[in-house]
Design a protein around this ligand. Structure first.
Ligand SMILES: C[S@@+](CC[C@H](N)C(=O)[O-])C[C@H]1O[C@@H](n2cnc3c(N)ncnc32)[C@H](O)[C@@H]1O
Length: 328
């Protein structure tokens, strides 16, 4: 299978055991229902490409979305997973040991560009934004091709944009926003910093198909926000949150990645969530290799000097019905 592992996923491939597992009784249908597309058009069959880092095709070679689950590599993965061997799966991370992993709808996760209007230190060392050149052109081709495939896909499908770049800021995502014409079978989940939402959304035809709007803010006050979300302006965020409140009839979640530099902003974050009547999601910081001294920032690590403070703070909000916590 190594020949099907994209170069940027080789590290992830080697992080986990890629041999047959024993004793897992739970079922997973993701290899029949899920497609994750990356910046090179690689197609992975798991919601997280690092968990099953095997590309079954390049999206540019396919003339329908359905075709991705029919390739010979897809069939191999499906047979292995249907037999509950989970040979190439990251079973300690994906949740299969705890429960069945079943999708009723098809699920398409689009991660075709990491371009963003922000340069958050937790995520990247410098701003990334392709606006011309060969990289830009090749990614744009992938985005345009995806639009064609999505517009003719007629099965029930949830589309998620995006786990890497910002779908409203990146010019590579723009054709997906402007040219997608979702029918009733399509539901969309957007993950965005929301700073360009008000500007771009009125030009699209996707608004009514958005069922979930996840807005990452990682702060509850201006000073913390502008320090952690480098390039972002608090007033612009609030203006966009007002727009969302007025214009959207969908589930809105404000997201907060907990770290040393925003721990004192949690209470304000919760107030903001309550003021808008949205949901709030607090998650731990992960090591994405961009912070030189990650362990200094990772307050959810039991060895961190601020870990007790972090836990006490979170315990205060555990019963708050608007909030939910991931791995915390
Ligand atoms: C990389 S961004 C991409 C989508 C979009 N640009 C946005 O800001 O939501 C996705 C999410 O990752 C979070 N994030 C950034 N650095 C992280 C880290 N080191 N560990 C975990 N999450 C992180 C962001 O706060 C955001 O919620």
């Amino acid at each position: 299978m190594l020949e099907h592992v994209p170069t940027h996923l080789k590290h992830a491939y080697n992080l986990y055991d890629r041999t047959e597992k024993l004793g897992i009784e739970n079922t997973c249908n993701h290899a029949h229902k899920v497609l994750t597309v990356d910046v090179d058009g690689n197609c992975m069959l798991c919601g997280c490409d690092a968990w099953l880092p095997i590309s079954v095709a390049n999206i540019l070679e396919l003339d329908s979305i359905d075709a991705v689950w029919q390739t010979s590599t897809a069939k191999l993965l499906q047979q292995d997973i249907d037999a509950k061997k989970y040979t190439w799966c990251s079973v300690d991370s994906c949740g299969i040991k705890k429960m069945n992993q079943i999708k009723d709808r098809y699920f398409l996760s689009i991660n075709v560009d990491e371009g963003c209007n922000l340069a958050c230190p937790s995520c990247r060392i410098q701003k990334i934004n392709y606006t011309s050149g060969s990289q830009y052109e090749s990614r744009l081709r992938i985005a345009n091709h995806l639009v064609d495939l999505i517009n003719k896909f007629d099965k029930p499908c949830e589309i998620m944009m995006s786990g890497n770049g910002d779908p409203f800021a990146s010019l590579i995502y723009r054709p997906l926003l402007l040219n997608m014409e979702p029918k009733d079978n399509i539901q969309i989940r957007m993950l965005t910093n929301a700073l360009m939402l008000k500007k771009v959304m009125p030009k699209t035809k996707i608004k009514e198909s958005i069922r979930h709007l996840d807005i990452s803010i990682d702060a509850g006050d201006k000073e913390t926000y502008e320090r952690l979300r480098l390039g972002g302006k608090w007033e612009v965020l609030l203006d966009n949150l007002d727009y969302v409140k007025q214009e959207f009839d969908c589930e809105v979640t404000l997201k907060f990645v907990l770290q040393r530099d925003n721990i004192d902003s949690v209470e304000n974050f919760v107030e903001l969530v309550e003021r808008y009547g949205f949901r709030g999601n607090i998650m731990p910081l992960e090591d994405w290799g961009t912070m030189k001294n990650f362990s200094d920032h990772s307050v959810m690590n039991p060895a961190h000097p601020m870990n007790a403070k972090a836990n006490k703070l979170l315990d205060k909000f555990r019963d708050n019905g608007r909030l939910f916590f991931h791995s915390i």
